[in-house]
Design a protein around this ligand. Structure first.
Ligand code: GLU
Length: 303
């Protein structure tokens, strides 16, 4: 039973990320398995080793342990491209020249994450294609899909419909896309259970579709409700002390953080020093189904 936590080293982990890691770790361990950590540094321009080190230190400070050998996605680009090439030979891949803005305008959606690709470049004529190539814009690669949606049988969110569109497999700068890399890695690392923030529930249908096409098994999914600040908005720096380092500067130690996280998981245990102290009392069924608001004393105006 292998669980995983897959942070992107683009900054420090905030308490919302740490809470997700803690849940992933507890779910794997209470099922008799363990949790691996994968470094999702596809976005090399914004990822760095210092962030990676700090993220791993934060996990260690809470006692969230994992095998020391880490897979880094930045080292696997050739492999992802081979998988894309395989899909290409099955005529499941096409070039897309659309900019984000054009897609947003075509579907009249204000927010990127709500956008379903409308298929603009799916059936370009040879002439349209060469015009676009001549305009100098490099193409992204998209998956040709006819599947509309999958139902995710989510351990926390319940049965949820997650749409599938012709999503990107490789960005127009040549970087393999998140949905492709995550599916390949989860399978090749033998991941049985994916625990992550529920902002990714809307991408899960796409991932399940790729698993189906590639003959992979679908892991169990558990999408954790978001952590929010006092305004009810998704947790961000402006909400105050949101990393272990910030919290340490206002006198809140890692085990204090762990105690607050334990309460937020519905675990009654006041003597928590390390993640392992929660193993006896943690129950997936006790996890709240609603967003968790960070404690008052972590607010910015209390700093
Ligand atoms: N790397 C993603 C993130 O940090 C998580 C991806 C996943 O868990 O599937 O948001």
């Amino acid at each position: 039973m292998i669980g995983r936590f897959a942070p992107s080293p683009t900054g420090p982990l905030h308490v919302g990320n740490l809470r997700t890691a803690l849940i992933a770790w507890l779910m794997a361990r209470t099922a008799g398995g363990h949790m691996i950590v994968r470094i999702e540094d596809l976005d090399r321009a914004n990822s760095n080793e210092l962030n990676e080190r700090r993220q791993l230190d934060a996990l260690a400070a809470l006692g969230i342990d994992h095998p020391p050998v880490l897979v880094r996605q930045s080292e696997r680009f050739d492999h992802y491209r081979d998988v894309i090439a395989d899909l290409r030979t099955r005529d499941l891949v096409y070039e897309c020249f659309c900019s984000r803005r054009e897609i947003r305008e075509a579907v009249n959606a204000p927010h990127e994450h709500e956008v379903q690709y409308p298929g603009t470049c799916r059936e370009l004529t040879a002439r349209q294609r060469s015009e676009r190539i001549d305009s100098g814009r490099p193409p992204a690669l998209r998956l040709r899909t006819d599947t509309v949606a999958y139902v995710v049988d989510d351990v926390i969110a319940g049965a949820t419909t997650s749409p599938v569109d012709d999503f990107v497999l490789q960005r127009n700068d040549g970087v393999p896309a998140y949905n492709l890399a995550v599916v390949v890695d989860d399978t090749e690392q033998g991941v049985d259970q994916v625990v992550r923030g529920n902002d990714l529930l809307s991408s899960t249908g796409r991932q399940m579709h790729l698993q189906t096409l590639l003959g992979y098994r679908t892991p169990q999914y558990a999408h954790v409700p978001l952590v929010v600040g006092h305004d009810g908005e998704r947790l961000a720096k402006r909400h105050g002390a949101v990393t272990l380092d910030d919290l340490a500067t206002i006198g809140i130690a890692p085990n204090d953080v762990l105690r607050e996280l334990a309460i937020s998981l519905g675990v009654e245990n006041h003597n928590v020093e390390r993640a392992a102290d929660l193993l006896d009392t943690f129950r997936v069924s006790a996890l709240p189904r609603t967003p968790w608001m960070i404690p008052n004393q972590w607010r910015h105006d209390a700093l």
